[in-house]
Design a protein around this ligand. Structure first.
Ligand code: DC
Length: 225
């Protein structure tokens, strides 16, 4: 059976994971958060006290990498590293920075490529990341490039942290977002960019509900379900 795939790429904080998850739920597709996989590799690197920017330290760790992905009863993707549920740990600030570094290493990307493609061969998927439409699933049925101005993304992140009771500083968040954008867009392998056949969805002036309606409309226009 030919499975359907929807690729959603874009910078950090554009609302990709929330929208992709909700879209997958509405369509009855599997949601694959590829950033979580890179984050789990990064966590292993941190556990080993290795330098995430140094391929000579990172690449040998791939051989013995024990990563597993699963879905809880709530349908939420969970990541396991060496048997331990690390779904919370991979969201920490330190892991975000390390994930951005390890994801620039070609061997890391090659290692994860087959895994991601297999998920899409075996399931109908909504897959989000940075290079899904350009590299991982160039033949995806629908490709969306989801973005928003850095200031809008920083504001959303600030609200999210405040709601969790964490103290945060807008300027620091904005700076962090800009740095990650730069790293993701300027790495030599699979940089973040819009695929030629991807549809641009800019959510700067849209709230979550409006973004979701727009996304669903764009997808339904392009695939028969
Ligand atoms: O989407 P995220 O913030 O959870 O992703 C974590 C890091 O992984 C981010 O710096 C970019 C990288 N990444 C990538 O290079 N390719 C992907 N398909 C997904 C994430």
């Amino acid at each position: 059976m030919n499975h359907k795939s929807i690729a959603i790429d874009g910078p950090a904080g554009a609302g990709k994971s929330t929208l992709a998850r909700q879209l997958a739920e509405k369509l009855g597709f599997l949601y694959v958060d590829t950033g979580a996989i890179y984050r789990t590799v990064a966590l292993k690197v941190l556990w080993e006290k290795a330098d995430p920017a140094d391929p000579e330290q990172v690449v040998p760790l791939l051989e013995r990498l024990d990563i597993y992905m699963d879905y809880g009863p709530d349908g939420v993707q969970r990541m396991y590293l060496e048997g331990e549920d690390v779904s919370g740990a991979i969201r920490r600030h330190k892991t975000s920075g390390a994930a951005s570094r390890v994801s620039a290493i070609p061997e890391v990307r090659a290692f994860l490529l087959d895994y991601q493609r297999r998920m899409a061969r075996e399931n109908n998927v909504v897959m989000d990341g940075r290079d899904i439409g350009t590299v991982v699933l160039p033949d995806a049925d629908v490709k969306i490039f989801l973005t928003a101005a850095p200031e809008a993304r920083a504001k959303r992140r600030l609200l999210e942290l405040e709601q969790r009771g964490e103290r945060a500083d807008f300027d620091a968040i904005l700076q962090d977002i800009k740095e990650r954008d730069y790293q993701d867009e300027h790495r030599s392998i699979a940089p973040l960019r819009q695929a030629a056949d991807a549809i641009l969805l800019d959510t700067t002036d849209l709230d979550l509900g409006q973004s979701m309606s727009r996304l669903l409309f764009l997808v339904k226009e392009r695939i028969s379900l």
